[in-house]
Each structure stands twice: as structure tokens, then as C-alpha cells.
Design a binder for this molecule. Structure first.
Ligand code: GLA
Length: 379
């Protein structure tokens, strides 16, 4: 009998219930519950992490996806600022990568191919003839395993994915760990750690769309943005980098000072027209492998302030130009054109085909690492 009781305590209790402290204020907390089932019957879980100030992040094991994230306004009122869906079907059918981890290669690879050590690899193409965000079944459409824990800085969730050799055409079996920590300073910190058993390329990112008004029917055009980048990588009509690196100075792409997104978005500037708004890789200043401030976003009506820190060389700033209202988002809201923006920390798009750009190659014995932090406050 005793054994059965011990077994019950060891196996069943941690599985179904709250891990850590329950609903008390000023206490960090982690909860786990069933979110839905995939077509093959596999279960997808949702974890809620709550920090001491009372912010929460919800993450599902499908795509290692951030489903919601709350942040305080200038009166201390918390609201959800991340676009997402109410159910698994939204994530399975949606093509906007809301909140997901995109990979193996976030952003575009021209012709969906690259050459490594003399061998050319044909990848799964899902954006015309190009690849976008890892192919038809990239990391955002995979089921991850998860382990929650209390870290010194706040509640945390480590998600792990083993991507087999040949997955979407990529060589090598890659193991990627993504750890989300909701720190007690209201930061969502994302730490990546990846390894491979054959030479390959790896460049994941998180693709959360934010709307700092907390009301997803609003556009993001009044948000003010600052990006610490003197240069960007211009694109062609398929949004593939031309290979040049141009100055932002004297263009509507210059966000060196806080500037409203909507103030120049319709300017008669060829690059803006090609991208249907902002959808550009910024070459972040001071790239040396260390975490530094990459961008700030201020929402004047609520005072919400978001700072983005990363050790990556690039930041894709995207203004939701392809959001078209389907599938319906949380609470039945249609996410329309420019109702969310993304700040994706990553290497430059198409780097596998641009040998002069920072390398995305990962060899056996090496460890891929990335740290990106979204920090919330109010002014
Ligand atoms: C990235 C790309 C965009 C678009 C979105 C997803 O931000 O740069 O062009 O594909 O992902 O819709």
C-alpha cells in the first residue's frame, strides 16, 4: 500500500497540478494543463508562468509557442500584449507564426537551397520557390517536450525538440533547447541552446507579435519604435536580400530615434513598397556576441514600454503586413492588417548563401546559443 501511495505522489501529483505556489499574490507560480490534441492524438500542453509582480506568460508545447503575455500599463494594469489563438486548431492551420519558435532557419533562404562543405541541400520550399521559417513543417509546427522549474530570476520552462537528420531537407540531427524565463523584472527571457551530429545550419527565432495597447483591434501604427541599427539588408521583390548592406540614414527605414511606425509607412520608397510596409532585417550595431539593447517600442496611450535585448547580429522588424483576419484570434478577434508587430532576433536572411555575412553553420561538438530578452515597463 505504502508503495502505491509513494508512486502516486511521485508520478501523478506533479503531473496534474500546480507546480510551485498557488494563486497567492507576490509569489511565482507555474501551472500545466491540457491545451488540445493533435490529429494523431498526441497531447499538447499549456503552461502558465506567473512572476512575483503578477505578469503571466502562457506557452504551449506545439511550436514552443507563446500564446499570451501580460505587461503593465502606466497605471500598473496588466493586459495581454501578444497575439495568439484560443485553440490548437488556430495554431495548426494558421500561417502567421504567432508566438512560435521559427526554425531551423528563421526568415528566408533563396531558392530553398544552400551549399555546405561542397554539397548542395534542397530544402522544403513554402514561400514560392523560397523557404520561409524552416519549411512546410518547421519547428513552429512540431511538438516539443517541456520541463518547468523555478529559476533564481523567476519561473521558467525549458522546451526541447529533436529534429531528425533530413528534416525539411536539412542535414544532421539537431537538438534544440529553448528556455523561457518570466523574470521578476517583467522580462521574457529566451535562451537557446542547440547541437548537431553533422555539419548543418541553425538560426531559430521567436515570432511573437505584440500590440502594446492590449486591444487587438487597434493597429500598431501609433507605436513608437527605436532600432539601434545604422544599416539594413535591402530586399528584392520576393523579400530575398540583394546581398547589399545599405544605410538607413535619410530613408523611412531610419529608426535610430523613437519614431511612430505609421509616420512614414506609406512613403514613396521602393523598399517599403516591396515589403508592403516594414519587413526588414536590421543590421544591429555593436555585434560582438554579447547581449545588448537592440530596440525599444513605446505605446503612448497606455505608456507600455518594451525593450528588446539580444546577442544576435540582426533584427527582423515586421509590421503584420500579411495579417488578414484568419484564423480568428483569441476571443474571436480578427487580427487584421498591421494589428501586431514582430521583432525577430536572428541572423540575416539568406545568410547560408551570403558567405561574407555572420555564419549560421553549426558543427558537431559546437553549441549554438542565443539569448533574447523582451523587457516590459511603463512610462
Ligand atoms: C516574417 C517575415 C514576413 C512574414 C512573417 C510571417 O516576419 O519576414 O515576411 O513571412 O514572418 O507571416
Amino acid at each position: 500500500m505504502k508503495r502505491i501511495i509513494y508512486l502516486f505522489i511521485a508520478l501523478v501529483i506533479p503531473f496534474v497540478t500546480t507546480i510551485g505556489q498557488t494563486n497567492k499574490k507576490d509569489h511565482a507560480m507555474i501551472e500545466k494543463s491540457l491545451f488540445g490534441k493533435l490529429k494523431d492524438g498526441k497531447e499538447v500542453y499549456i503552461y502558465t508562468l506567473k512572476n512575483k509582480p503578477g505578469a503571466t506568460v502562457k506557452i504551449i508545447t506545439y511550436g514552443a509557442t507563446v500564446v499570451s503575455l501580460t505587461a503593465p500599463d502606466r497605471n500598473g494594469k496588466y493586459a495581454d500584449v501578444a497575439l495568439g489563438y484560443d485553440n490548437l486548431e488556430g495554431y495548426e492551420t494558421g500561417s502567421a507564426y504567432l508566438g512560435a519558435i521559427a526554425g531551423r532557419y528563421a526568415n528566408r533562404i533563396a531558392g530553398a537551397k544552400f551549399t555546405l562543405d561542397g554539397k548542395t541541400y534542397q530544402l522544403s520550399a513554402n514561400d514560392g520557390k523560397n523557404q520561409l521559417h524552416g519549411g512546410k513543417i518547421g519547428f513552429s509546427k512540431d511538438l516539443w517536450t517541456a520541463k518547468s522549474f523555478e529559476s533564481k530570476s523567476g519561473p521558467a520552462l525549458e522546451l526541447t525538440l529533436v529534429s531528425p537528420d533530413g528534416d525539411q531537407g536539412y542535414p544532421g540531427e539537431v537538438t534544440l533547447h529553448v528556455t523561457y524565463t518570466l523574470t521578476n523584472d517583467n522580462e521574457l527571457r529566451i535562451d537557446y541552446k542547440g547541437t548537431t551530429n553533422k555539419p548543418t545550419i541553425l538560426n531559430p527565432t521567436n515570432h511573437t507579435y505584440f500590440n502594446l495597447t492590449g486591444v487587438f483591434t487597434n493597429t500598431i501604427l501609433n507605436h513608437e519604435v527605436k532600432i539601434n541599427a545604422d544599416y539594413y539588408t535591402p530586399i528584392d521583390k520576393e523579400s530575398i536580400p540583394t546581398g547589399k548592406i545599405d544605410k538607413v540614414e535619410n530613408t523611412p527605414l531610419d529608426f535610430l530615434k523613437l519614431t511612430a511606425i505609421g509616420s512614414r509607412i506609406n512613403d514613396n520608397f521602393e523598399q517599403l513598397k516591396l515589403a508592403h510596409g516594414y519587413d526588414f532585417n536590421y543590421v544591429l550595431n555593436n555585434y560582438n556576441g554579447k547581449v545588448r539593447e537592440a530596440a525599444d517600442v513605446y505605446e503612448p496611450t497606455t505608456g507600455r514600454y518594451l525593450q528588446i535585448f539580444t546577442d544576435e547580429p540582426g533584427l527582423q522588424f515586421y509590421t503584420g503586413n500579411f495579417l488578414n483576419g484568419t484564423p480568428l484570434g483569441k476571443n474571436g478577434v480578427a487580427y487584421l492588417f498591421r494589428t501586431g508587430f514582430a521583432m525577430e532576433a536572428e541572423h540575416y536572411p539568406d545568410s547560408p548563401n551570403e558567405p561574407k555575412w555572420p555564419s549560421v553553420v553549426l558543427n558537431p561538438g559546437q553549441t549554438y546559443r542565443q539569448t533574447t530578452i523582451y523587457k516590459f515597463s511603463a512610462k
